[in-house]
Design a protein around this ligand. Structure first.
Ligand code: SF4
Length: 296
């Protein structure tokens, strides 16, 4: 449960008895969610989960912000926008979803099943995992990559779109459900960056400071001699966040950066598939079981 619109809807449908009651909800905490997400999670737990007898487990692999800036800590990289020395654009590989979301969830699931890592989970033993994917994003629905988890997508079974979820949450006084992701996630579109800047000065100062701090890459890589040959940025314009063109996307800018039409809307709304543990973008960040030694 990321505590965004779709997973909040699933929890609430279950708590209300419209869907069968789930045994548990699991929130993977990267340590750097917006304050609004933590507040919403607290409220969901207090007003929805607890009265229904659904335990909410908060699991974590650490604090993604601190780990990026700590030279003594191994860091699973965020998908940063890179400007190489020769001016070519690039991106760092996304490992953070696997490290900070998938890994602690799998560990918790194994604990709940009674087969903590590295114990082998016997054949035929599995959890049914509900993933909040609505009809407008049905292409994101995927099977789990381990046999001890079987994914179900109840919102697809119900035929509910994101708009249906928002209507439902609104009818229950949960209209303010925020978008869940790390505060400084590079997948943010301009709309999300503006929202942070315009509604939360302290969080804006936090992401601007972080953006400047990772300009030469993450601290561990630098400390171990693997310096980034170029510069890293949170905003896809590859301009420091404090100066990035988050208010406007001009035609000239688009042409200059040769951004395809699809990408232009990403500039505003963020990467469509964003960060979801169970519905990753199908590109370079495909995660394998072996990445975390949790396959057995
Ligand atoms: S929200 Fe962004 S930064 Fe955070 S884990 Fe997901 S991809 Fe990484």
């Amino acid at each position: 449960m990321g505590a965004g619109v779709q997973s909040s809807t699933l929890l609430t449908l279950s708590a209300e008895g419209i869907l069968p009651k789930v045994d548990y909800a699991i929130f993977a905490d990267t340590g750097w969610e917006p304050k609004a997400v933590y507040a919403h999670l607290d409220r969901l737990e207090r007003e929805v989960a607890e009265p229904a007898g659904i335990p909410v487990f908060r699991v974590t692999s650490g604090n993604i912000r601190n780990d990026a800036l700590n030279p003594d800590h191994r860091f699973a990289s965020m998908p940063l926008y890179i400007l190489n020395k020769d001016g070519r654009p690039g991106m760092t590989r996304r490992q953070c979803t696997g490290e900070y979301k998938i890994k602690p969830i799998k560990q918790k699931v194994r604990d709940l099943l009674g087969y903590p890592h590295p114990t082998r989970v016997p054949k035929g033993v599995f959890v049914e995992q509900w993933v909040g994917i609505s009809t407008d994003e049905f292409h994101r629905a995927k099977d789990a990559d381990v046999k001890y988890m079987r994914n179900r997508h109840p919102l697809l079974d119900l035929g509910w779109s994101r708009a249906d979820c928002i209507r439902y949450l609104t009818s229950l006084g949960l209209a303010e459900t925020p978008k869940s992701s790390c505060l400084g996630c590079p997948f943010h579109g301009n709309a999300q960056w503006r929202h942070i800047r315009d509604t939360s000065p302290s969080e804006w100062a936090d992401v601007v400071e972080f953006d400047a701090a990772i300009r030469q890459g993450n601290a561990r890589a630098n400390a171990s001699g693997n310096r980034l040959l170029g510069e890293a940025f949170l905003h896809r314009s590859r301009v420091p966040l404090s100066e990035a063109p988050i208010d406007h996307v001009t035609a000239a800018e688009r042409a200059a950066r040769q951004i395809a039409a699809d990408d232009a809307s990403e500039l505003e709304n963020g990467v469509v598939d964003g960060c979801s543990p169970w519905a990753c973008r199908g590109d370079a960040d495909a995660l394998t079981q072996d990445d975390f030694g949790l396959a057995t």
